[in-house]
Design a protein around this ligand. Sequence first.
Ligand SMILES: NC(=O)c1ccc[n+]([C@@H]2O[C@H](COP(=O)([O-])OP(=O)(O)OC[C@H]3O[C@@H](n4cnc5c(N)ncnc54)[C@H](O)[C@@H]3O)[C@@H](O)[C@H]2O)c1
Length: 438
Amino acid sequence: MNPKISKPTGKLGVLIVGMNGAVATTFLSGTMAVRKGKGVPVGSLTQMATIRIGKRADNNFPKIKDFLPLYDLKNMVFGGWDIREENAYTAAKIAEVLNDKDLDNVREELESLVPMKAVFDQNFVKRLSGTWTKEASTKMELVEMLRKDIRDFKAKNNLADLVTIWCGSTEVFIPMEEVHSSIEKFEEGLLNNHPSISPSMMYAWATLKENVPFINGAPNLTVDMGAIFELAEKMHLPIAGKDFKTGQTMVKTVIAPMLKVRMLGLDGWFSTNILGNRDGEVLDDPGSFKTKEESKLSVIDSILQPKLYPELYKDYYHKVRINYYPPRKDNKEGWDNIDIFGWLGYPMQIKIDFLCRDSILAAPIVLDLVLLMNLSQRVGFYGIQDWLSFYFKSPMHSPNVVPEHDLFIQHVKLKNTMREIMNEEPVTHLDEKSKIDR
Ligand SMILES: NC(=O)c1ccc[n+]([C@@H]2O[C@H](COP(=O)([O-])OP(=O)(O)OC[C@H]3O[C@@H](n4cnc5c(N)ncnc54)[C@H](O)[C@@H]3O)[C@@H](O)[C@H]2O)c1
């Protein structure tokens, strides 16, 4: 056991921005159900996966939750903000992800959760209008109000630790400007109501200022900016993002490495989706779609490395579409048509039709990220948490390295970092014999 950290005994507060959304309410209902013994946390590595310790022959595979000193689900306390004021039970009913039986198991607890008023600006999410919102004359004042919310939540619930996670709607794409480049410029921008400071950035700023780690589950460039990097460094706080890796991109980051390791070529990859939840409606706006598109498009290029393999990947065509189609609600359908080629250039096709449930895939990611980011903070990791790339569609990464998108490399990195945290040897998959030979 790493002497620096031990199993926490207090309470962990989880603040969710977009607390009434589909992802957030599915995470909340599921976590509450699991801790009452009314559900299984399928999809969560921290709750279900094992980790090999030592050599293969040692046969030592503890569960991650027994190996790492993580908070117990029973000691998590929830809160958050939304632009709608319904309690979490009503919000979960509106989201129509979980059925009545599952919601009724935790109805009372969900009903007791009412979001705090949000910081919202329709210029950044065109398809929504908020009523449950804070008013102030400057963006700096809004940040101060959020900071007070965080302090009050911590004091009221007697929390030892806190984590904030953005599960809010996708904001329109904002290119980085000078105002985002440093703490000084950003704070000046907050005072002067700079139009390129979005609500998500204000939540992130307030969170870090209150000494709390921030996770970005949407594709917004919320914490991908110089000012936040500087603040995270100064405060020694971890940040992570962006865009939960759930349906189609999860599949992409498995199939693309398969083509690459087998040296098969790619002519084109056409991905399209239909979904009918509120997220789909927000993404129907071209500004929000652009943010999502940027996040989804980067994936294949960095896996296939066309510059290194021009005969295989130089000119492939990559298209991503998201179509809002209300009848499907949260049950997204993602199609991929992949035109590949093999020996002597002979063409082949792969077709994938993934009938997934968006929030069912996202909820365990929220749970793992919250627990692991808190661990990062207690261990003393700060800045961008590359080791959590596994969970993100467009993982933030240190400026001097390319992002790693391959799901299985991300998985090895995740588990080896867990081993490192606990002073255990990384697993290299080299046999004893090959080590001797070398
Ligand atoms: N479900 C997935 O598989 C998945 C995967 C990757 C990323 N995401 C992202 O996660 C986010 C949430 O997805 P969802 O399906 O729950 O969407 P949703 O529309 O159901 O929920 C978003 C919530 O955010 C609230 N909100 C918007 N702006 C806010 C603000 N400024 N402050 C507080 N609350 C605000 C909305 O009122 C809504 O309740 C989206 O950005 C989505 O793109 C989802």
